[in-house]
Design a protein around this ligand. Structure first.
Ligand SMILES: [Zn+2]
Ligand SMILES: [Zn+2]
Length: 183
């Protein structure tokens, strides 16, 4: 009885608990190499491949996050800028039709963001516009030009009409513009 229990204790002490393979989950003995985490070379190859895939998924997520963040900042900056335009032009009426009693006013771009992205946050290019002109009459652009010319003059109108640049600013600069207009 005494011998048997001593023998069992020896066995328990002498043998490490079996390890579970990181890939196929079968138990294996890693007594020879305690660092071993997979049961076979085949599982070893699979483990490296999985690790690479995991790393790539992380990298992809990181890159997507970066893109998303810049466009999110652009949207926030547009919101702050548009609020400033409506504040600046309050009481002046719609730049296209002159309506001073519209239910809703927007900040309307003379040259669209799609056409000239560099003028996206240009104060000469964006003016208060009634929602009817902004959303339903394609910006009512001919009327827009007449009042815009009266408002900013030939020289400044010419500047924005000849602009062909694309918006070329970093995320940090976008944040700066946003904070400027928020203030
Ligand atoms: Zn395995
Ligand atoms: Zn209007």
């Amino acid at each position: 009885m005494g011998n048997r229990s001593r023998g069992a204790a020896n066995t328990a002490r002498g043998r490490r608990p079996l390890r579970v393979c990181k890939v196929c989950r079968t138990k294996f003995d890693n007594q020879v190499n305690p660092q071993q985490i997979v049961c076979s070379p085949k599982c070893g190859i699979a483990y490296v491949r999985q690790a690479k895939e995991k790393e790539w998924r992380k990298e992809k997520k990181r890159r997507l996050e970066k893109i998303k963040t810049r466009s999110e900042y652009l949207a926030e900056t547009q919101k702050a800028f548009n609020a400033y335009i409506r504040f600046r032009d309050a009481g002046q009426g719609c730049i296209s039709c002159g309506n001073k009693a519209a239910v809703q006013y927007h900040a309307g771009h003379y040259r669209t963001v799609k056409a000239v992205s560099a003028l996206r946050f240009d104060e000469d290019n964006v003016h208060m516009q009634c929602s009817q002109c902004n959303c339903h009459d394609s910006g009512n652009i001919c009327e827009y030009r007449i009042r815009l010319r009266r408002k900013i003059g030939d020289w400044r109108l010419e500047r924005i009409e000849n602009d062909r640049r694309t918006l070329n600013c970093t995320k940090e600069e976008v944040i700066e513009i946003r904070d400027f207009y928020r203030a």
